[in-house]
Design a protein around this ligand. Structure first.
Ligand code: NDP
Length: 444
């Protein structure tokens, strides 16, 4: 490893010892950037890596709100403004009890390279709160969102920092947050993406991450002379990314045979009935086990999903959900492609194992960039005060995903030992533009 990279990594480990997900993401990233630093000694003189691995700003605040029984509750929220080198901070908000500083820092740093890969002018950010929307009434979710924005509004804006959705934050939560933002600022600007279609949202944003993931996989398979046609696909999760990844995979000729939530997974030999999953998850906000009351089978324990034989696995739930045992089971059953819809769902040892087995591996920061890409398109439409059609958005999304694949593939060929090492390819292709912008803007 490049000596400068190694020194910065050691320092980072000392300083952030308790932030395990952040260190995991940072190590994976900086190790694969080694060759870039070999070729650019001027980066060391400019302290480029020390600056890149440190967020520009971290905001932490309390969110007090009142539940339906009249009790006062307090959650902890954050906004991480990682990098504004190539555009305003951009990245989603996550509501989940596991949210902490280390998880959001890993997500914000990944987001910076992801946004760079889209080729749209967006910097990187991420935020969230340790609030669990499961089991809360609409009124409770609304009061929580309003309280959160009453603090966050002063730190965000259309040309400053543009949040969106992530785990636990969908159309309902974005609506409540945007409503309060608009009320406090007295301005109707594109300060959020993922908005409802009736108030400035982009057609196709809801589907974008899942569809984009399949467009990326389609391009990766095409390079091997293959396609989705006739393939068996396993999709973990049953949230926003998972549902629309499953939808597009089916549209492209594959059969989705398993899906999950954090409690367990469902299988259906006839192919998952996605309209039933949507009814359970999007309308009733229920558990995936309800599927088996009508069709297929339910198996408790979400991690067992990787034992289901498939050609293509799409982890679309959360970080570190695909461990080494899952990777071994996938490979043993003949799986040929693993593409990350979620952020960092595959553990480092599982990723290495899959790559060694010759399984085509698509890292999240490239493969799931479709969501933020259409968020970028939503920002453009808001600025121009117009709306594009579904066909226009979908065509642009597809173009962006194919372009990302080509850039990642090119960087892998140039820098990695294996031309199919898309992990290295994505890190380098994403980092190059950010590094150039940082060098041009001086020590800031
Ligand atoms: P959602 O909240 O819509 O869905 C998350 C899904 O994952 C739920 O079905 C949830 O089940 C399930 N889940 C959570 N933890 C586990 C677990 N340990 N094992 C199995 N399933 C689990 O979130 P999104 O679909 O928006 O996000 C999913 C992933 O995709 C995240 O990593 C996110 O960062 C990433 N992503 C999202 C983008 C977007 O546009 N939304 C863009 C790019 C990446 P349960 O209900 O039981 O919690």
């Amino acid at each position: 490893m490049n000596a400068y990279v190694s020194r910065v990594l050691e320092e980072l480990k000392k300083k952030n010892a308790h932030e395990k997900e952040f260190l995991q993401a940072a190590e994976e990233m900086v190790v694969s950037l080694s060759k870039v630093f070999d070729q650019h000694p001027e980066y060391e003189k400019a302290g480029l890596l020390e600056r890149f691995v440190e967020p520009e700003r971290v905001i932490q605040f309390r969110v007090p709100w009142t539940d339906d029984a009249g009790n006062v509750r307090v959650n902890r929220a954050y906004r991480i403004q990682w990098s504004s080198s190539i555009g305003p901070y951009k990245g989603g908000m996550r509501f989940h009890p596991s949210v902490n500083l280390g998880i959001l820092k890993f997500l914000a740093m990944e987001q910076t390279l992801k946004n760079s890969l889209t080729s749209l002018p967006m910097g990187g950010g991420k935020g969230g709160a340790d609030f669990d929307p499961h089991g809360k009434s609409d009124g409770e979710v609304m009061r929580f969102c309003q309280s959160l924005i009453t603090e966050l509004f002063r730190h965000i804006g259309a040309d400053l920092d543009v949040p969106a959705g992530d785990i636990g934050v969908g159309a309902r939560e974005v609506g409540y947050m945007y409503g309060q933002y608009k009320r406090i600022t007295n301005q109707y600007t594109g300060a959020y993406t993922g908005k409802g279609l009736s108030f400035g949202g982009s057609i196709g944003r809801k589907e974008a991450t899942g569809y984009g993931l399949c467009y990326f996989v389609e391009a990766m398979l095409a390079k091997q002379g293959d396609s989705f046609q006739g393939k068996k696909v396993v999709v973990s999760g049953s949230g926003n990314v998972a549902i629309y990844a499953a939808e597009k995979a089916m549209e492209l000729g594959a059969a989705v045979v398993a899906m999950s939530d954090s409690d367990g997974y469902i299988t259906d030999e006839n192919g998952i009935d996605l309209s039933l999953v949507k009814q359970i998850k999007e309308v009733q906000r229920g558990r995936i086990s309800a599927y088996a009351e009508q069709k297929g089978a339910y198996h408790p324990g979400s991690v067992g999903i990787w034992n289901v034989p498939c050609d293509i696995a799409l982890p679309c739930a959360t970080q570190n959900e695909l461990p080494i045992e899952g990777a071994k089971a996938l490979a043993a059953n003949g799986c040929k492609v693993v593409a990350e819809g979620a952020n960092m769902p595959t553990t480092p040892d599982a990723t290495t194992f899959l790559q060694q087995q010759g399984v085509l591996f698509a890292p999240g920061k490239a493969a799931n960039a479709g969501g933020v890409s259409v968020s970028g398109l939503e920002m453009s439409q808001n600025s121009m005060r117009l709306s594009w059609t579904r066909e226009e958005v979908d065509e642009k999304l597809k173009g962006i995903m194919v372009n990302i694949f080509n850039n990642v593939s090119k960087a892998a060929k140039q820098y990695a030992e294996d031309e199919n090492d898309y992990v290295t390819g994505a890190n380098i292709a994403g980092f190059q533009k950010v590094a150039e912008a940082m060098m041009a803007q001086g020590v800031v």
